[in-house]
Every structure is written in structure tokens, then in C-alpha cells.
Design a protein around this ligand. Structure first.
Ligand SMILES: [Zn+2]
Length: 223
């Protein structure tokens, strides 16, 4: 029964050992997003208070992870961008279900945040990424809207006021779709990897499976 589904407890925020998490994550098919292209940069917005919730939701040291095949697609997208003087910056990738639940409780708008009582976000499977663009020196480039600005400016089709900025977003969309990602209409920064529907129909990867906290009793039974 959906309404009775147990939700994971809040993620502990004690700093974590990146190598330990990476090693555990590998057992669940998740790898660091820069595995296949070391020039991909990461800046997890939920690891700092620099996000729409003004809250730190990830522990220090938490790596940006994605499903192995999703990380390969990111490398392909980054290769596409390089000749244009552009580079991917990953703002969010694998998101532990505990954090998804926390975000949903703060936001409660199904348009932008998947309701975990109905389905888990594709971020919880490591099969969605939130990305922006930098130039080759790493300078963050302007987009028609800003990350997590949940207004009309978030729409993937939003034109904005500067045609050059809009062309940059179109370039990002070309790179991501050529690599096999799907555009998400409501958020320009969010891209889904829907290439493995069977995986998305199963259980997400819970934080404790990769070394973040301990499972509550209900999950210890089904683990
Ligand atoms: Zn997203």
C-alpha cells in the first residue's frame, strides 16, 4: 500500500570517506560521474547551502555518482561539447532516497520533485543528472535560468532574453540527447537516462547500501 510505505531516515551528515563510498557504490552499479572523462567537473549543490533550500543535505566527501552506463553517456556528451569550448559541470547526480524524501517534504510540488510515496526520482537510481556548462577554464556560464529556480525560467524550452545564452542551452541539449539522455521539459538542467527501463522499475539504491548510515528495521527485513 503506497500510503504505508516506510521512508528512509534522514541521511547522517558526518563527513564520509570518498574511497569507501565509491567502493561500496560500485557493488550497486554506481560509479563517479567523471570515471570515463576526468575533465567533467562536479559541484554538488546539496553538499553546500548554495541551493534553493539553503540546506546542506549531503555529507562532506560525498562523490557525484551515476549508473555506469549513465556515466559513459556523460563522457560522450562532454566530448561533444569540447570542440565548442564547453564543458559539463554536474550539479547533482545519484541522490540517496533519504534526501529525496527530505526534499519532497520541504517542497511538495510533483512537477519539480518526484513524490517518493508514488515513485522514486531517477536520481535515486543514478540515472538522472543535473548539469550546467562551464567554459574550458571552468568558468560557470549563464543559462536562460538558474539551477533550481522553479519558475517559468526552469522550462527546457524557455527562450530567455539573450539569444546567445539560449543557443548555449540548445547546445547542451544537443550534446545530452546525442549521448542518449532525455530532456526533462520542466527543468533545463535535468536529464534522464531512460535506456534501462528494467532498472528503473526496481528498487533505488539506498544510502546505507553504499555506506551512508544504517537501514531502519523495516528495510533490514527486506534487505
Ligand atoms: Zn534533477
Amino acid at each position: 500500500m503506497v500510503g504505508c510505505r516506510a521512508m528512509p531516515p534522514r541521511l547522517p551528515l558526518d563527513p564520509v570517506s570518498r574511497p569507501t563510498i565509491v567502493e561500496r557504490a560500485k557493488r550497486h552499479g554506481l560509479v563517479p560521474v567523471e570515471t570515463y572523462d576526468a575533465s567533467i567537473r562536479t559541484a554538488l549543490r546539496y553538499a553546500t547551502p548554495d541551493n534553493v533550500f539553503k540546506k546542506v543535505l549531503y555529507p562532506a566527501g560525498f562523490p557525484a555518482l551515476a549508473a555506469d552506463r549513465t556515466a559513459k553517456k556523460l563522457a560522450a556528451a562532454n566530448r561533444f561539447l569540447k570542440p565548442h569550448g564547453l564543458r559539463l559541470l554536474v550539479l547533482d547526480a545519484y541522490r540517496p532516497p533519504a534526501v529525496q524524501w527530505q526534499i519532497y517534504k520541504m517542497f511538495r510540488d510533483d512537477k519539480y520533485v518526484a513524490d517518493p510515496r508514488k515513485k522514486w526520482s531517477k536520481h535515486c537510481y543514478g540515472r538522472a543528472v543535473d548539469v550546467a556548462l562551464t567554459d574550458l577554464s571552468g568558468r560557470l556560464l549563464e543559462m536562460p535560468g538558474t539551477f533550481d529556480d522553479f519558475s517559468k525560467k526552469a522550462a527546457a524550452a524557455y527562450a530567455g532574453t539573450d539569444p546567445a545564452v539560449r543557443r548555449r542551452l540548445t547546445r547542451l541539449q544537443q550534446a545530452m540527447t546525442a549521448a542518449g539522455f532525455s530532456i526533462y521539459d520542466d527543468e533545463w538542467w535535468h536529464f534522464n537516462d531512460l535506456s534501462d527501463p528494467a532498472a528503473l522499475a526496481g528498487r533505488p539504491v539506498f544510502g546505507w547500501q553504499i555506506g551512508l548510515g544504517t537501514p531502519p528495521a523495516i528495510y533490514q527485513i527486506i534487505e
